[in-house]
Design a protein around this ligand. Structure first.
Ligand code: NAD
Length: 227
């Protein structure tokens, strides 16, 4: 591999695809080796790339994982809203290539994951816990992938008890997540607000730089950040 890492962007014309391209333009260690949109030929494009970043739709994931595994290209997968079958194709891909699968690439949200785990352990069962998330009106999946990850963390801490989640879809909200712990006479709220997509794009680039030197396996953003 040369000093400059070549990225293939899948979902390149979308909001996140454009944010990643803008972040790459400011990074001398990275370049765009190719862009793929719906209907584009994936496998030939992989020949000119060292690593793939995908922000598209869950329906694209199986083909992307299969092509990356066939060509031995590491994958950073930011798409959310996968079914169980689509998640199985991610796990199968990760047996052959290093694959970072993260519902949220921002450093702040990954800190929120760690703080939520800690607050759930400290607050105990006297506190009611709820997750509230807000996104722009065109976001397709609900609850968000980030909210689902928060629910998993909370359920692990609460022996599998179902935790309520509330989704708001309105305007151009980039992404907000609150974990509410409401106990007798007090309330703790952990909130993360994304102000622009740049935070997700920079995190995805950090994951891309990291994943190229990893062995095959399924990794999270917490792995990338060493949390
Ligand atoms: P978007 O609708 O703006 O863009 C998606 C793009 O993917 C579109 O240009 C669409 O034409 C393209 N596309 C659809 N099917 C395709 C296919 N088969 N092959 C190639 N391209 C295809 O959506 P967005 O806001 O950019 O979000 C994309 C995904 O990323 C969503 O699942 C969203 O939830 C997720 N997301 C993740 C993070 C994160 O940090 N992990 C952050 C923001 C968004």
């Amino acid at each position: 591999m040369s000093d400059v890492t070549r990225l293939l962007l899948v979902g390149a014309a979308g909001r996140m695809g454009k944010a990643v391209a803008a972040a790459v333009a400011k990074d001398p260690g990275l370049t765009i080796g190719g862009k793929i949109e719906r209907g584009g030929a994936l496998e030939p494009a992989l020949d000119n790339c060292d690593v793939v970043i995908d922000f598209s739709l869950p329906e694209a994931t199986e083909a992307v994982c299969r092509a990356c595994a066939a060509k031995g290209r590491p994958l950073v997968l930011g798409t959310t809203g996968h079914s169980a079958a689509q998640k199985a194709s991610i796990a199968a891909g990760a047996e052959k290539i290093p694959l970072v699968y993260a519902a949220n690439f921002s450093v702040g949200v990954n800190a929120l994951f760690a703080l939520t785990r800690r607050a759930a352990a400290l607050s105990g069962n006297d506190f009611d816990v709820e997750v509230i998330e807000m996104h722009h009106r065109t976001k397709k999946d609900a609850p968000s992938g980030t909210a689902k990850r928060l629910l998993e963390i909370l359920q692990e801490a609460r022996d599998g008890v179902e935790i309520p989640a509330h989704s708001v879809r309105a305007g151009d909200i980039v992404g907000e997540h609150t974990v509410l712990f409401a106990g007798p006479g007090e309330r703790l709220e952990l909130t993360h607000r994304a102000a622009s997509r740049e935070t997700f794009a920079l995190g995805a680039l950090r994951a891309a730089r990291w994943v190229v030197s990893q062995p095959a396996g399924l990794y999270s953003m917490e792995n990338v950040l060493g949390l």
